[in-house]
Ligand binder design. Structure first.
Ligand SMILES: [Zn+2]
Length: 165
């Protein structure tokens, strides 16, 4: 007779603890760096914060986060979405006006398969990256990006279109 036991390595070890803040009326996750920003916040509105990314990919690389601990982008309220994008557009214009970039990338990575680390924080955030044609990202990475593109075939087009319609 065999006994089935759960493989401990397959059980999620992610333990999150939090507490309710009576001032902001939000759950603060104690192990989340973006719930505990304190002096890192450089701008904010009702429901979102701006901070500088550390580490950063380009000078001026900023992050815009909801104040509330949200991990899945589709869990944002309409108010949070409005506040987040108001800050994104504000930061974007200031960075361009200051000459820190000729353009800006806005990017949100949802990658729950990565373990939280200094380079991967579960608390939803949008990267705002000032860009120029000759910045470091182009020189080490994006100049090779053309090799990533493949022609879209008809079967894939039909399948993905059906899925997303
Ligand atoms: Zn958080």
């Amino acid at each position: 007779m065999t006994t089935k036991t759960k493989d401990a390595s397959l059980v999620s070890t992610k333990i999150s603890t939090g507490y309710f803040c009576p001032i902001t009326h939000q759950i603060i996750m104690t192990n989340c760096p973006f719930c505990n920003l304190e002096e890192r916040v450089i701008a904010s509105n009702d429901s979102a914060n701006v901070l500088l990314s550390n580490p950063r990919k380009t000078a001026g690389h900023a992050l815009v986060t909801p104040k509330r601990h949200v991990e899945k982008p589709w869990e944002l309220t309409n108010k949070e979405l409005q506040d987040i994008f108001a800050l994104i557009w504000d930061v974007e214009q200031k960075l361009i006006k200051a000459g820190m970039g000729d353009g800006v990338d806005v990017r949100q990575n949802y990658r729950p398969f990565l373990k939280q680390s200094q380079l991967s924080v579960d608390h939803l955030h949008f990267h705002v990256l000032p860009r120029t044609l000759r910045d470091y990202i182009y020189s080490v990475s994006e100049k090779y990006d053309t090799e990533l593109f493949a022609d879209l075939d008809d079967t894939e087009r039909a399948e993905v279109t059906k899925l997303l319609k």
